[in-house]
Design a protein around this ligand. Structure first.
Ligand code: GLA
Length: 725
C-alpha cells in the first residue's frame, strides 16, 4: 500500500510486516521519517508532525542549509551542509559539484516498472516515483519505491535525468540511502574467498564510514553485495534486522556511516571509485535496483523475506519453482583430459542412477587442453572430439539423458583465433602488458560488436545442437580498466557498461533459446548475486565441494538467497579442494540442501556406492519441492557449533526435511545430551519423524527438540517429517 497525505505531505508505504514513511519538509526537502515494524497510517501523521517538524526547523530556508547535516535525507547530495557521504555527485561544465534537490512532484502507479537492460523486480503491487530537481543544475532525479503487499521487501532505485542542454558528468550515483535515527547496530556482511564464499561476519558499528565493496567488475567472492544492520544480540529467531541486497553484478558498494548526530546512514549501488558517466542533454541514467528487507524476528525472518522475494519476483517464473535437472558434470571427473571413450561411461552410469542431464564442462572448444588457450573460439575442439558434440549428444539421448554445455562467454585467451583477429576486444591498454588472471583476459563487453559476436558464435552452437542446459562461467576479476572503444571522458563508464553488456547477452540468449536452462558460475561463487539470479535460476555456489566446508558456504549463502538458487554437487573423495574424506551419505545430504548434482567419475563407483547414489537421487526428487518452495530454518550453525543443521519446511507446514552434519565428533556430548529445537513447524500440529519413528507435537519439537545423534567427524543424518492427520 502506498499513500500520500496531502495535508501533512507524508508518504506512507506498507508491505508485509513493515512500514516506510517520509515527508516533504517545509523547504521541499524529501525527508526520511521511519522504517521498521508496520505502524499504522495514522502514526505517519504523528511522525510528520514531531520528527518532520524538527528536521524542518533545522533546515528552514534562508541560509540555514548548513544544518542539513541533521536531516534524514532520502537521497543526500553534496556540498550544501550534509557532511555524510552523498548518494549523488554531479559535475557541471564549470566543475561545480554541489547540488540541492527539492521535491517537485510524485506519482503512484500500479505494478512494477519494466526496466530495460537491467535485472529488476518482475512484479509488485504499486510503485511510487518522487521527482526531485536540483536548484543549481539541470539535474532531475526520480526516486522509485516498489511495494508488494505480501512481501517483506521494499525495492528502490533512482534515475537521473539531464533536463538541460549541455552534458554533465555523474561521478557518483547510488541507488538509495536510508537514514536511521540511532546507531545501536552491528554490521553484518558476507565476506569470503574462492572456495570459502559468503562467510558471515558481524562487527560493531563504530563512528565513521564502513565500506563493503567490490572493485573487481563482478560482485565477487570476497564480499557479497549484501549487508544488514542488526540490533545488538540478534538471533535466528529474535531481534530487528535491516537487510540490503543489490540486484547488481558489477563493481558495487554498500556503506554504513555513523555520523556525529548519532544517526546511521546506509546506502549503496554502483561503486563510485573510477566511475564517471557522461550524461548528454535529455539522457537518463538508471541505477541498479536494491532490495531492503526488514525483519523484527531475527536473521531467520530476514533470510526468508529475501528468499521469498527472489523466488517470487526476481528469478524467472518459468524456472523459479520448477523441478530442476539433476546433473552430472565431468569437470572433476576428467578436467581437460577427456575424449568420447572417457565420457561415455559416465553417461552410461548416470543413466542407471536416475540423473537427468550430462554437462560437458571446460575443454571442449578451440584447442583448449589447458587453461591457457582458446577462450573466445567457441567451436568444437576436434582434436579431442573429432566428430564434434554430436556423438555425445546422441549417446546421451540414447540413454535418456539431456545434454548441457559449459561456456565462458566474457573471456578471451591471448592464444586464440579471436585474439589474433581482435586484440583490442580485450579490456586493457594496447601496448601495456595486461594483468592476467588464470591466463586469460576479459572481453570488452561495453562494445556492442563484441556482445554481437559472442551472441553469434554461441547461438550457432546452441542452435546446431540439442542443448538443454548452459553453464555460464566467468573466471577472473577485471583489471586494466580501459576500453579501446570509449572516448577518454567516458572511460569511467567501462565497468558498468560491461555488466550491461553481460545482461544484454544473457537476455538475448534466453529469449532466443527459451528451452535452455542457464546456470551461473564464476570460478565457483564469484558472482552469486540477485542480478545474476534474474537470468540464471541457480548459480554454482563454490568450487569447494567438500561437504564439511560446504555446510559453511551454504549456510552463509542462505542469509539472503534461497536454497534453490544454490547449485550443490556431490564430488569424489578425497575431496579435490581440501583432501578431506567425507562419507558419500554426508556428501549427498549436504548437496540435497540445494539444486543437487554430481561432479565425479561415476563409472568408478563401487556397486555399493552405485546403489547409494541411486537411492540419494530418488530421495532427493521426493524432497525437491521443499528445496524449491519451502522455508529455510537454520538450526545449528557450523560457525558456532560442532553440528550443522538446517530444516526446510513447506509453506503449509505439513512437511519438513532436516539435514544434520556432525562437523567434529564431540566426546563430551556423550555426557551432555544435546537437543535440537525444530523452530519453524506449526506448534499445534502433530508430526511423525520417519527415521526416528517418533510422533511429537510441533510445540514439543520447537520448544524441547529432538536428541541429536552422536556421530563421528562428518557423520550426518536426514529426517523426513510429515504431519500426522
Ligand atoms: C571454474 C568453475 C568450475 C569449472 C572450471 C572450468 O573454476 O567454477 O566449475 O567449470 O571453471 O575451467
Amino acid at each position: 500500500m502506498i499513500r500520500f497525505n496531502q495535508t501533512t505531505k507524508t508518504f506512507y508505504l506498507r508491505g508485509k510486516d513493515y512500514a516506510y514513511v517520509m515527508c516533504v519538509g517545509k523547504a521541499e526537502y524529501l525527508l526520511h521519517l521511519y522504517y521498521g515494524t508496520a505502524i499504522r497510517e495514522s502514526d505517519a501523521e504523528y511522525l510528520a508532525e514531531k520528527v518532520g517538524s524538527l528536521q524542518d526547523a533545522a533546515c528552514a530556508d534562508g541560509g540555514r542549509d548548513l544544518h542539513a547535516n541533521e536531516l534524514w535525507s532520502e537521497y543526500p547530495s553534496y556540498g550544501r551542509g550534509d557532511y555524510h557521504e552523498p548518494c549523488v555527485l554531479i559535475e557541471r561544465k564549470d566543475g561545480a559539484l554541489m547540488s540541492r534537490f527539492r521535491y517537485v512532484s510524485h506519482e503512484i502507479k500500479k505494478g512494477a516498472p519494466d526496466v530495460k537492460g537491467m535485472p529488476h523486480v518482475r512484479k509488485a503491487d504499486e510503485t511510487l516515483t518522487i521527482v526531485l530537481k536540483d536548484d543549481f543544475s539541470s539535474t532531475q532525479i526520480y526516486l522509485h519505491y516498489i511495494v508488494g503487499e505480501t512481501s517483506e521487501v521494499l525495492v528502490r532505485y533512482t534515475e537521473i535525468k539531464n533536463v538541460g542542454k549541455e552534458s554533465f558528468y555523474i561521478k557518483k550515483a547510488l541507488s538509495f540511502a536510508l537514514d536511521l535515527p540511532d546507531q545501536a547496530f552491528d554490521l553484518f556482511r558476507l565476506e569470503g574467498n574462492p572456495t570459502a564464499e559468503r562467510a558471515p561476519e558481524i562487527t560493531p558499528l563504530g563512528h565513521g564510514v564502513t565500506k563493503l565493496q567490490s572493485l573487481r567488475g563482478a560482485s565477487s567472492h570476497q564480499m557479497n553485495p549484501f549487508a544488514a544492520l542488526l540490533r545488538k544480540k540478534v538471533t535466528e529467531t529474535a531481534g530487528e534486522c535491516y537487510g540490503v541486497q543489490l540486484i547488481y553484478s558489477g563493481s558495487w558498494q554498500i556503506t554504513a556511516e555513523v555520523g556525529n548526530a548519532g544517526t546511521v546512514r546506509l546506502q549503496g549501488g554502483i561503486n563510485e571509485t573510477a566511475f564517471c558517466w557522461k550524461l548528454g542533454a535529455g539522457e537518463m541514467f538508471t541505477t541498479p535496483q536494491v532490495t531492503l528487507c526488514y525483519s523484527a524476528v531475527g536473521l531467520g525472518g530476514l533470510s526468508r523475506g529475501f528468499a521469498d522475494f527472489l523466488r517470487e519476483c526476481v528469478i524467472d517464473p518459468k524456472y523459479a519453482k520448477q523441478i530442476r535437472p539433476v546433473l552430472v558434470n565431468n569437470w572433476e571427473a576428467t578436467y581437460f583430459d577427456f575424449n568420447y571413450e572417457k565420457l561415455f561411461p559416465i553417461i552410461d552410469e548416470a543413466a542407471k542412477l536416475g540423473i537427468d542431464t550430462f554437462v560437458l564442462d571446460d575443454g571442449w572448444l578451440g584447442k583448449r587442453n589447458w587453461d591457457d588457450s582458446s577462450l573466445g573460439d567457441w567451436f568444437v575442439n576436434t582434436e579431442k572430439l573429432p566428430q564434434g558434440l554430436i556423438p555425445i549428444i546422441a549417446h546421451c539421448k540414447e540413454k535418456g539423458l539431456k545434454f548441457g554445455l559449459w561456456f565462458e562467454p566474457e573471456m578471451i585467451s591471448e592464444n586464440s583465433e579471436l585474439y589474433r583477429l581482435h586484440p583490442d576486444w580485450a579490456i586493457g591498454k594496447q601496448g601495456q602488458t595486461p594483468c592476467r588472471g588464470r591466463n586469460q583476459l576479459v572481453l570488452d563487453f561495453s562494445r556492442r560488436e563484441v556482445v554481437d559476436y559472442v551472441f553469434g558464435v554461441m547461438s550457432k552452437i546452441l542452435s546446431e545442437n540439442e542443448i538443454s542446459y548452459v553453464k555460464w562461467d566467468m573466471n577472473r576479476s577485471m583489471s586494466d580498466f580501459f576500453s579501446s572503444a570509449l572516448a577518454a571522458e567516458q572511460q569511467g563508464e567501462l565497468t558498468h557498461r560491461y555488466i550491461l553488456g553481460v545482461y544484454e547477452l544473457a537476455e538475448r540468449l534466453k529469449s532466443a533459446f527459451p528451452h535452455i536452462f542457464f546456470e551461473g558460475c564464476a570460478g565457483g561463487g564469484g558472482r552469486f548475486d540477485a542480478g545474476m539470479l534474474y537470468y540464471f535460476p541457480q548459480i554454482w555456489t563454490s568450487d569447494n565441494t567438500d561437504a564439511y566446508d560446504r555446510a559453511r558456504i551454504q549456510w552463509g549463502t542462505s542469509y539472503c538467497y534461497p536454497v534453490s538458487a544454490m547449485s550443490c554437487h556431490v564430488s569424489a573423495c578425497p575431496n579435490h579442494q581440501t583432501g578431506r574424506s567425507v562419507s558419500l551419505q554426508t556428501r549427498g545430504a549436504v548437496a540435497s540442501l540445494g539444486a543437487t548434482g554430481y561432479e565425479l567419475d561415476l563409472s568408478k563407483l563401487s556397486a555399493g556406492e552405485e546403489e547409494e547414489v541411486k537411492a540419494q537421487i530418488a530421495a532427493y526428487k521426493k524432497i525437491e519441492p521443499l528445496v524449491l518452495s519451502g522455508d529455510l530454518y537454520r538450526l545449528s550453525s557450523p560457525f558456532e557449533q560442532t553440528y550443522f543443521c538446517e530444516m526446510l519446511v513447506s509453506k503449509d507446514k505439513t512437511q519438513a526435511y532436516v539435514v544434520g552434519e556432525q562437523l567434529r565428533a564431540d566426546p563430551n556430548g556423550y555426557y551432555k545430551e544435546s537437543y535440537l529445537r525444530l523452530t519453524g513447524l506449526a506448534e499445534e500440529k502433530l508430526y511423525f519423524i520417519e527415521e526416528l519413528n517418533i510422533t511429537a507435537s510441533g510445540a514439543i519439537l520447537a520448544n524441547f527438540g529432538l536428541l541429536l545423534p552422536h556421530l563421528p567427524d562428518y557423520g550426518s543424518f536426514v529426517w523426513h517429517i510429515g504431519e500426522v492427520k
